[in-house]
Write a protein that binds this ligand. Structure first.
Ligand SMILES: Cc1cc2nc3c(=O)[nH]c(=O)nc-3n(C[C@H](O)[C@H](O)[C@H](O)COP(=O)(O)O)c2cc1C
Length: 344
C-alpha cells in the first residue's frame, strides 16, 4: 500500500501539530496491522559505515518519531535509517500550543515544541519491544535534556546509559533552539565536559561499542566550528564518531514570504538548505574526508541531496521535505545522492 501524495495533502488540511500526531498514529496503526506501506527500506546505494549496514543513505531526522512509536513504519516508507527522539530523561509536555507553524510559501516549518517527550521509561519500553525482531536498518537514538534540569550535561549520560542497549548509534543533541541555555553546551569546554561522561556511559553499557554523534546548530560562527571540529577530529581515543549538521536555525532569511515568518522557534525546510550545507562544507573542510557527517537541513528534492553529498555528507536525513513532498522524496533523494554530478 503506497502512502500516496494524496494522504500527505489530506494531512496538510489539518493544523500542523494535529497532522503530525495523526501521521504518527496512522503509521503506528499500519505497523501494528502489518500493512506493507511502501515496502521499504529502499535498497539504493547501500553502504557500511560506523560499523553499521545502511540499505540506503537517507534517514528520517529526529523530531518526527520523538517517542519511538512508528519506527517500523518509517522503514517501510523507504528510509534507510531512522532516528527517534529527542528523548528527555523525565517526561515533559514541551511549550504551550500553538508551537508548530507551516510556511507553505517558503516550503518551511517553524517549531518551538521545546522537547515534548514521554521520557526514558516510555522510550525504553518501546525500544525493548522493537528489538525483539530485527530492524531492516540502523536505529539512532537522539538524546535531549529536561528543560528544568539543573545539570543538563548529566541528562545526556543518563539517557545514554539507559538507551544504548537498544540503539545502533546515539546522538547528543545540544542544538535545539527551544530549550533555554541548551546551545551554550556547544562551547568547547562545556562540550568536552558533557561528552566524556556520555562516552563512559556507553562503554559501561555493554559489550558492543555504540557510535556517538553530535548534532550541531546551523548557526555556528567559524570559531565554534573550529572548536567542535577540534574535539571531533582530535587524536587519541575519539570522543565522537561523527557529526549531524544540523538542527533548525534561529535565523530568518530575508527571503521568507510567509506571514508566520516572525514566529519564535527553529526554522526548517527549504530556506535552511543553503546555510546548513555551507556549515556542512566548513566542517568537512576542517575534518578531512574520514569522519562521517550526516547532512540534514532543507532537502526538498534530488538536487538538494546531491548538493549535500558534494559538500561532504556521508549520509543524509530529512523531515520537513516529507511534509511537503511525501515519501516519494525518500527514493528521489537516495537515487540522486549517489549520482555523480554532470561535468561542469
Ligand atoms: C517539528 C520538528 C521537530 C523537531 N524536533 C527535533 C528534536 O526533537 N530533536 C532534534 O535533534 N531535531 C529535531 N528537529 C530538527 C530536525 O531533525 C532537522 O534537523 C531539521 O528540521 C532540518 O531538517 P529538515 O529541513 O529536513 O526538516 C525537529 C524538526 C521539526 C520540523
Amino acid at each position: 500500500m503506497a502512502l500516496s501524495g494524496h494522504a500527505v495533502s489530506l494531512l496538510r488540511l489539518l493544523p500542523p501539530e494535529a497532522a503530525h500526531r495523526w501521521a504518527v498514529r496512522f503509521l503506528r496503526g499500519a505497523q501494528a496491522l502489518g500493512l506493507p506501506l511502501d515496502g521499504g527500506p529502499h535498497r539504493i546505494a547501500p553502504r557500511r559505515l560506523l560499523g553499521l549496514d545502511f540499505p540506503n543513505p537517507v534517514g528520517l531526522a529526529a523530531g518526527f518519531d520523538k517517542d519511538a512509536d512508528a519506527v517500523r513504519a518509517a522503514f517501510a516508507l523507504g528510509f534507510g535509517f531512522v532516528e527517534i527522539g529527542s528523548v528527555t530523561p523525565r517526561p515533559q509536555p514541551g511549550n504551550p500550543r500553538p508551537r508548530v507553524f507551516r510556511l507553505p510559501e517558503d516550503g518551511a516549518v517553524i517549531n518551538r515544541y521545546g522537547f515534548n517527550s514521554k521520557g526514558l521509561d516510555h522510550a525504553e519500553r518501546r525500544l525493548a519491544g522493537l528489538r525483539r525482531r530485527a530492524l531492516p536498518g540502523p536505529l539512532g537514538v537522539n538524546l535531549g535534556a529536561n528543560g528544568v534540569s539543573d545539570d543538563k550535561a548529566a541528562d545526556y549520560a543518563t539517557g545514554a546509559r539507559r538507551l544504548a542497549p537498544y540503539a545502533d548509534y546515539l546522538v547528543v543533541n545540544v542544538s535545539s533552539p527551544n530549550t533555554p541555555g541548551l546551545r551554550t553546551l556547544q562551547d568547547a569546554a562545556a562540550l568536552r565536559g558533557l561528552l566524556e561522561p556520555v562516552r563512559a556511559a556507553l562503554e559501561d553499557s555493554g559489550p558492543v561499542a555504540r557510535p556517538l554523534l553530535l548534532k550541531v546548530a546551523p548557526d555556528l560562527e567559524p570559531a565554534d566550528i573550529d572548536d567542535i571540529a577540534g574535539i571531533a577530529g582530535a587524536g587519541g581515543p575519539p570522543l565522537l564518531d561523527g557529526l549531524i549538521v544540523g538542527n533548525t536555525t534561529v535565523a530568518r532569511p530575508a527571503s521568507l514570504r510567509s506571514a508566520l515568518a516572525g514566529e519564535a522557534g527553529g526554522l526548517s525546510g527549504r530556506p535552511l538548505m543553503a546555510p546548513s550545507t555551507a556549515i556542512l562544507g566548513a566542517f568537512r573542510e576542517r575534518l578531512g574526508p574520514d569522519l562521517p557527517i550526516i547532512g540534514v537541513g532543507g532537502i526538498a528534492d534530488g538536487q538538494d541531496a546531491a548538493a549535500k553529498r558534494a559538500a561532504g555528507a556521508t549520509l543524509i536525513q530529512l523531515y520537513t521535505g516529507l511534509i511537503y513532498r511525501g515519501p516519494a522524496l525518500i527514493r528521489a533523494a537516495a537515487e540522486a545522492f549517489d549520482t555523480p554530478p554532470p561535468p561542469a
